[in-house]
Design a protein around this ligand. Sequence first.
Ligand SMILES: Cc1cc2nc3c(=O)[nH]c(=O)nc-3n(C[C@H](O)[C@H](O)[C@H](O)COP(=O)(O)OP(=O)(O)OC[C@H]3O[C@@H](n4cnc5c(N)ncnc54)[C@H](O)[C@@H]3O)c2cc1C
Length: 337
Amino acid sequence: MFQTEILKEIAKSSEIKKDEPMSLHTTFHIGGPADIFIETNDIKDFTNIIRYLQNENCRYFVMGNGSNLLVDDKGYRGVVVSTRGKNSDKHLIKDSYVTLLDDVCIYNKGNNMQAEIFVEKGYLDSAEILKSKNLVHAGSGILLSKLASVIADSGFAGFEFASGIPGTLGGAVAMNAGAYGGEIKDVIESVRVIVNGDIRVLKKDELDLSYRNSIIQREHMIVLDALFAFDNGDKDEILTKIKELNNKRKSKQPLEYASAGSTFKRPEGYFAGKLIQDAGLKGYRCGDVMVSEKHSGFVVNVGNGTFEEAMNVINHVKEEVRKHFGIKMELEVKVLS
Ligand SMILES: Cc1cc2nc3c(=O)[nH]c(=O)nc-3n(C[C@H](O)[C@H](O)[C@H](O)COP(=O)(O)OP(=O)(O)OC[C@H]3O[C@@H](n4cnc5c(N)ncnc54)[C@H](O)[C@@H]3O)c2cc1C
């Protein structure tokens, strides 16, 4: 049997495509075809696919919303598995256990029975936490914007920072995504992952979350779902804060153009955008890819930008910042080639 047919057997409710352009699945709108592209939102399918690919030693890559990716125009030789299934974000709130990658389950504090279930399943050491905190359990394919809106509607405070980050929960946990003083590290309790074919739950301390880094990235683990804990807040205040942060984003970031967000990590003690601007690179352009005029920390695709153009801009920025300030710029964006 061909690999695609085996995969279709394994993952019945998932969509499997051949030679799928990655430019259609990345916010940078750059990237050639993936040999095989699978979109799934079923946790069972997703687990079976990953286990099969690992067993067969297939080259594969797991992605969420593609908002932190720069993909080569030559595409990807192997299987790309996306957690953004066809019906993603249609399921949302459930009162039982997460079974789909876009499920969210909300447990108000005091729900001792649920706390015991999470202890049993290894997400929590003790049920104590549900006496004082509300819990949210969600699948890795849900968009942060949707998750933030469900959490806000529940009147739970602490996830406002994530509402404008255009990624999925899985990508955000892997990247320890953060903005405006908040990060995933502040609100996460535990994450269920696939590691070497096994399913394990990692507690917060085991995730080793730091600035745009985690054990998940370093050890190529796959996120299935995650458990978060929140305090009660004032719903109106939470919604106002989300609005303010999103307005701030709109006014400061070049959201009108395709990009993968902040291209470079913040070097310790500096701001990447300021260094790039001070090196005289605001608006530096190669073909259709350029350093944003609005925010120099963003490399944007203003038309039909290519991978080569993006890499030329990135390498030029790195070289000039090193020349001017002796600082090594590290990519935040993940390059897939
Ligand atoms: C306009 C714009 C603004 C942005 N603003 C911010 C911001 O304020 N703060 C911030 O932190 N980031 C920001 N980003 C970057 C990006 O949105 C985040 O890094 C986000 O968390 C990536 O999620 P994703 O689902 O798109 O991941 P992808 O881009 O699809 O993948 C990113 C990485 O996560 C891994 N990954 C994805 N899903 C899983 C999974 N289920 N299991 C294991 N690994 C997985 C991938 O393998 C890859 O290494 C911005 C991007 C854009 C385009």
